[in-house]
Design a protein around this ligand. Structure first.
Ligand code: ZN
Length: 222
């Protein structure tokens, strides 16, 4: 069989899906993103400072492509979406730290035990794991835990309700994992920053310094 025919056959039998829109793509497309989504997934780095003073950087604005990848990871557990988001975030990491970072650890935003059981995975943890593979920065998986199973932030009415909803839901669980280190909190999307702010507030007394990296930055829309 000719190589081209063989490739076409493999591509037909084992197509990959775009992590953003679900479109079938070539089997050897290791980036798991179709051309259309790739075009709208360009870096557009957004920065902000959280209420606690911690800096937060996002790879891009919350558009269709990044939203699709976040949702397919969160609700379908489509792991190539974690690879794709981490790849984009590694671009952000390399942009911020072209010479790398010493003494840094990634801290994924934890979810409650109940939510984990229900959902099956923590998307921030999956992204942090992939990001760790790409950057060499270790993950402090259990540095903090979520001790309250609060309602989803998306159900909160406004900024104040969001702030209240996450108040005191996290606590430090493994201080040694972050003590004196540069803790980089990893999450999929930052909206009002209430969740990240609360996570940072818990980390700050123990870590040497804290910052946040997310794939996307969203505006709160009602
Ligand atoms: Zn696509």
């Amino acid at each position: 069989m000719k190589k081209k025919t063989k490739m076409l056959l493999i591509s037909y039998l084992y197509p990959n899906r775009c992590a953003c829109c679900g479109e079938y793509i070539n089997y050897d497309n290791d980036d798991y993103i179709c051309e259309t989504c790739e075009e709208t997934f360009e870096p557009n780095i957004r920065r902000r400072t959280l209420d606690c003073g911690v800096k937060c950087a996002a790879y891009t604005e919350y558009g269709d492509a990044v939203r699709g990848a976040i949702l397919s990871l969160k609700f379908e557990h489509y792991l190539p979406a974690a690879e794709l988001l981490a790849k984009k975030m590694s671009f952000l990491y390399n942009y911020l730290y072209p010479d790398g970072l010493e003494n840094a650890v990634f801290v994924p935003v934890p979810i409650s035990k109940r939510r984990r059981r229900k959902r099956g995975c923590n998307q921030s943890e999956k992204i942090a794991k992939e990001l760790s593979r790409l950057t060499g920065v270790p993950v402090a998986k259990n540095a903090i835990v979520k001790i309250k199973d609060n309602p989803a932030q998306s159900l909160a009415a406004d900024v104040n309700a969001r702030r209240k909803n996450v108040k005191d839901v996290y606590r430090i669980a493994d201080a040694a994992a972050i003590r004196g280190k540069h803790a980089i909190v990893v999450d999929d999307v930052v909206t009002t920053g209430s969740t990240l702010n609360e996570v940072c507030r818990v980390l700050l007394p123990y870590a040497g310094s804290v910052e946040c990296l997310t794939a996307a930055s969203a505006e709160l829309k009602y």
